[in-house]
Design a protein around this ligand. Sequence first.
Ligand SMILES: [Zn+2]
Length: 190
Amino acid sequence: MPYLDEHAHLTPATVRLLHAVSRVPIRLLKDCKVYPAGRNWLRFPWYSKRSGGGAVAIVDRIHASDRFFVEIGNDTSFLLLLAHEVGHLPHAENYPASTLGRTRFVLWATWQYALSLLRNGKRWHRKARMEQEAERGRWVLRQLLASSGDAAAKELLGLVHTNRTAAVGEWLAARSSTIERLHAEYPGWQ
Ligand SMILES: [Zn+2]
């Protein structure tokens, strides 16, 4: 399975790429685990596809729609989803990875969305501050792939899929100024 190892951790090549586009600390990316949501589809309002979801991050775990675990092809949808979800890891950094810690994080997130509902109405989900921050990684990755051209984008995805960490690092290093510029231009989740 590309992106994940057999223990549900992000592969080193995936960590390298997601760190560059999201600026989430490597240590948080290495610690996080990604699981299929399973039949017990989590009942968080922000989990719905309609609100741009397909996954939810709770402290050190990301639960993603089962479809991402069965239909891995060359498409980038799972990688783009991960690039957003890892952006939530820093939000939960100070919550312990325990049942109580996860419950407290969910309560905190619910409160953030409730505040956003008061301020932003129908656009409460993406306009919540935590979503604005988390979207950075997906936006930068999407722009980076688009601006690099098909061949280079394909090359990068191939390197990530085959977990060639050093080669991913070189690919990114060759485009470091573009990546810097994209971070500076990130407009927030529109
Ligand atoms: Zn989010």
